[in-house]
Design a protein around this ligand. Structure first.
Ligand code: F6P
Length: 323
């Protein structure tokens, strides 16, 4: 292997820059030429490919976002788009790729790898959602979780001051990982996640009990993909059943995607970046490089995207017992 390219794709996540830096510097360490592809698969299709050196990744470790930019590419879903991408990679004589992203990124990589096996692809889990099989934590999750936790702490102060019930919506289209852990970390009264059926009646029962025993405030953390709807819809349903609640809703939205990566994030991203290059040099392809119990684990793309379902039931019990 002589030339490796790195790109970021899908929703950006804090720590992606640390991973790019690690990929580039590990390539240089091993005498491999390093390239960056801008705007994910879109840049691959358009030939937006740049040479990278040690200096081009200086002073980015601590920055959120991604210096290579990102995109969700519709064109890469088509045969024509993938062919153009392949031609551009050939033109630059790139024989290895490190793709940093989530399930959409690996779905694309999985198809591409089967069509063009001459180019070896490995992936690094990069999404705030933590919804990939084959790693304990994805790059971006810890930072997003801390951002959500700090925001909910602030909301709790004002909720207490006014004896209010707050519904706080956090990100996670198909997954409740951010909601569950931020809810536990902030002592939320309830956490509503897509993996668990939401009963409005049961929720109202809990909140009413708290109201009657004069609990100063109630915080309900809602994952945006919850089956009962978003935070506004759920708040409305609850208000209809118990009008005495003074309710407010906060949507945290994209502020969870940016910001300075935590130390956990930087170390994880640096390690996975280095291991991604080492995996390619060892002849691995078509796999996501993750970390489980501190060990490096390789999971075929097709498996890694069968996301979710791995919520730890002990965390659900924590919410139930401690709220
Ligand atoms: O996949 C990461 C994520 O932040 C999800 O939690 C969220 O649903 C989605 O991306 C938002 O995507 P976009 O930035 O394209 O609106």
């Amino acid at each position: 292997m002589k030339r490796i390219a790195v790109f970021t794709s899908g929703g950006d996540a804090p720590g992606m820059n640390a991973a790019i830096r690690a990929v580039v510097r590990t390539c240089i360490y091993h005498g491999i030429k390093a390239y960056g592809i801008r705007r994910g698969y879109e840049g691959m299709i358009e030939g937006d490919i740049i040479k990278m050196d040690s200096l081009s990744v200086s002073n980015i470790l601590q920055r959120g976002g991604t210096i290579l930019n990102s995109a969700r590419s519709e064109r890469f879903r088509t045969k024509k788009g993938r062919k153009l991408a392949y031609q551009n990679l050939k033109k630059h004589k790139i024989d290895g790729i490190v793709a940093i992203g989530g399930d959409g990124t690996f779905t694309g990589a999985n198809v591409f790898t089967k069509e063009y096996p001459a180019i070896s692809f490995v992936g690094l889990p990069g999404t705030i959602d933590n919804d990939l099989l084959g790693t304990d934590f994805t790059i971006g999750y810890d930072t997003a979780l801390n951002t959500a936790m700090n925001a909910i702490d602030n909301i709790k102060d004002t909720a207490n001051a006014h004896n209010r019930l707050f519904f706080v919506e956090v990100m996670g289209r198909d997954a409740g990982f951010i909601a569950l852990r931020s809810g536990i970390a902030c002592g939320a009264e309830a956490v509503l996640i897509p993996e668990e059926k939401t009963s409005i009646a049961a929720l109202v029962r809990t909140l009413k009990k708290n109201y009657e025993r004069k609990k100063a405030s109630n915080i309900v953390v809602v994952a945006e993909g919850d089956d009962a709807g978003g935070a506004y819809q759920i708040a409305e349903k609850v208000k209809k059943k118990f009008s005495k609640f003074d309710i407010r809703v906060t949507i945290l939205g994209h502020l969870q995607r940016g910001g300075t990566p935590t130390s956990m994030e930087r170390v994880l991203a640096s390690r996975l970046g280095m291991e991604g290059v080492k995996a390619l040099l060892a002849g691995k392809k078509g796999v996501m490089v993750g970390q489980i119990h501190n060990d490096i684990v390789y999971t075929p793309f097709g498996e890694s995207i069968k996301h979710n379902s791995k919520l730890n039931p002990l965390l659900l019990e924590l919410v139930e017992v401690l709220s």
